[in-house]
Design a protein around this ligand. Sequence first.
Ligand code: CA
Length: 368
Amino acid sequence: MKKNIKRRDFLKKAAVGGAAIAATSTLAAPAIAADRVDISIVATWGRDFPGLGTGAQRFADRLTALSEGRFNVQYFAANERVGAFDSFDEVASGNSQMYHAADYYWKGRHPGWAYFTAVPFGLTYTEINAWIRFQGGQELWDELADDYGLKNFMCGNTGVQMGGWFNKEINSAGDFSGLKMRMPGLGGDVLAKMGGSPVSLPGGQIYENLVSGAIDATEWVGPWNDEIMKFYEAAKYYYWPGFHEPGSMLAAGCNKSWLTSLSKTDQTIIEASATAENEIMMSEYNAKNGAALARLIKDQGVKLKEFSDDVYDSIKEASDEVYAEVKAHSDLAARIHSSFEAARKDLGSWGNLSDGGYLKQRNRALGV
Ligand code: CA
């Protein structure tokens, strides 16, 4: 009875500007379709940060639009409600309902999380989408997330990231030795195997650490985002391609008990909004990276460098060591790795003939 009284009070409050609902609805059932859903979203990105932040905000706006305003969405950028790396506990505990983040930030809790953003020698955007949707990836992600009371959806991607910003040339694997570099995820573990010192910092703290010399090098995303961060003021060598994040997928992480308490329609709105953002964010990165790279080289004197085959081969060896440790961590970690590895082989072979093969021939013939 108490619950019903509370509910009527709630309906009256919710019906400001629509008094007819409160006046005519004494039974709860007919009003269920009009229920307001309060959603607090915490993100690991700064407010309005292009791509990552604006994409997360666009996702939040889409939730409001598709629910025709029934979803009362409050979006909090990093540090507006909790610190970037506190987003996980904030949602797992139910204080907030969703986070928008890169799940590899949680690899200290379980290394399996890294696979659901990007891992060294990992999957590209089209490949990770195929693995998650049709080769068992989502099921494993669900199994991992369930242990923390979460349910996660793909919600954005940056594509292949750049190798990072260095204040010296990287001519051999030995040049990573002693290097203090911002690199999250399993890429950081690979860096450590090569004698470097990986540091995990939220985006908002990288520039000050690079300029002060607290770190020697950093990776972030790609030309469009890195230009905004002004890393070129402290490091001139800009290496490609990034072995550590070949298609970084962002996640909409939901408190699972909250999510499953919603109607099927509302759950579908959330999943569909995330799916749309997964595609739109990637389109924006692809559209804006090329021009930004040209500006970095022309206007800022950035020196573009490609990692050599030898460097890449050394990184591959270090990656194998890291993966051996991941597989030994737990049964779930081993199964995630095994599924990822099978997908990489299958998708890589097909990619050689499809995207890879076609781009190679088209760009050769056209001189692109
Ligand atoms: Ca990155």
